[in-house]
Design a protein around this ligand. Structure first.
Ligand SMILES: C[S@@+](CC[C@H](N)C(=O)[O-])C[C@H]1O[C@@H](n2cnc3c(N)ncnc32)[C@H](O)[C@@H]1O
Length: 238
C-alpha cells in the first residue's frame, strides 16, 4: 500500500518538476540495492552523502547498511520531498531508528559548502536533463566533497541519450552530446566498477568512480588526457 502511495507522490512531483525529478517512478529496490553496494564492503565509520533522495527508495537501502558510527547527509532540492522524508523519519521504524545519524539538507548539491567531507557519495541525479554547465558544476562539487580514496556511486538509464537523440532538435542534440562527452571523460578516468540493473523502469547502469584517488590508485589507473590529477579540480576540455 505504502509503495503505491509513494509512486503516486513521486509522479505528482515529476509532473511539477519534470527536469529535476527526471523519472516517473522511484528507483526499484534492485537499483537501490546496487546503489548501496559500496556500503556493504568492509569499512570503518563513514560519512555518506545521498544526493537527490526523492521519496527515499535509495535511502531505505542505505539505512539498512548503516553502521552505528556512520553519518548520513541527504541533500534534496525539492521541498516537498524534504517534507515527505521528514514524515518517514517521524513515522517509519527503519527511518526513525537511524534518525540521530541523519541530516536532511534542503539544497542543491552544487551549493553544499566544504571540502573532503564524505567517504561515499550516492547520487540519483538525472544528469541528462541538466545543462552542460550544471553537470560540470555537479561533478566539481562531488570532487570537492569527496575525501581522497572516496567513492562516487551514481546511475544512468541505459541508452537514454542514444534513444532521445534522433527525436530532438539540433540544440538539444548538441546538449546531450556534450553531456555524454563530459560524463564519458569522468567514466574513462575514474570508473572502478559498473553493474547493470535490468529490474528497473527503465533499466539502469550503476557506476562506481574513485573521483579523488589516493596517490597509489592514481598511479595505477593512469592519467588520461583532459584531466589533471591530484587535489585540484580537473581541467575539462569541452
Ligand atoms: C531521479 S530522482 C531520484 C529519486 C530517488 N533517489 C530514487 O532513486 O527514487 C532525482 C532526485 O534528485 C533531486 N535533485 C535534482 N537536482 C538536484 C540537485 N541539484 N541537488 C539535489 N537534489 C536534486 C530531485 O528533486 C529528485 O528528488
Amino acid at each position: 500500500m505504502r509503495f503505491f502511495s509513494e509512486c503516486g507522490d513521486f509522479f505528482r512531483e515529476y509532473r511539477r518538476h519534470v527536469r529535476t525529478t527526471g523519472a516517473i517512478l522511484p528507483s526499484s529496490r534492485f537499483l537501490a540495492h546496487a546503489l548501496a553496494s559500496e556500503l556493504r564492503k568492509p569499512r570503518g565509520p563513514s560519512r555518506i552523502l545521498e544526493v537527490g533522495p526523492g521519496t527515499g527508495s535509495v535511502t531505505t537501502a542505505i539505512l539498512r547498511e548503516l553502521h552505528p558510527a556512520d553519518r548520513l547527509d541527504l541533500v534534496e532540492l525539492n521541498g516537498r520531498f524534504i517534507a515527505y522524508l521528514q514524515r518517514r523519519f517521524d513515522e517509519e521504524w527503519l527511518f526513525h531508528f537511524h534518525r540521530d545519524q541523519v541530516r536532511l539538507i534542503h539544497s542543491a548539491v552544487e551549493a553544499l559548502p566544504g571540502e573532503e567531507i564524505y567517504d561515499l557519495i550516492v547520487s540519483s541525479l538525472p544528469l541528462n536533463n541538466f545543462s552542460v554547465a550544471q553537470v560540470r558544476d555537479v561533478f566539481r562539487a562531488y570532487r570537492r566533497l569527496l575525501r581522497p580514496g572516496g567513492t562516487l556511486t551514481y546511475f544512468e538509464y541505459v541508452f537514454i541519450r542514444q534513444l532521445k537523440t534522433p527525436f530532438v532538435g539540433r540544440r538539444e542534440r548538441r546538449r546531450l552530446y556534450r553531456i555524454g562527452r563530459l560524463v564519458g571523460r569522468y567514466i574513462e578516468s575514474y570508473q572502478v566498477r559498473r553493474e547493470q540493473v535490468f529490474m528497473n523502469v527503465p533499466p539502469a547502469i550503476v557506476r562506481h568512480l574513485h573521483l579523488k584517488p589516493v596517490s597509489s590508485d592514481a598511479e595505477m589507473i593512469g592519467c588520461p588526457t583532459g584531466f589533471q590529477r591530484g587535489g585540484s579540480a580537473p581541467v575539462e576540455k569541452d
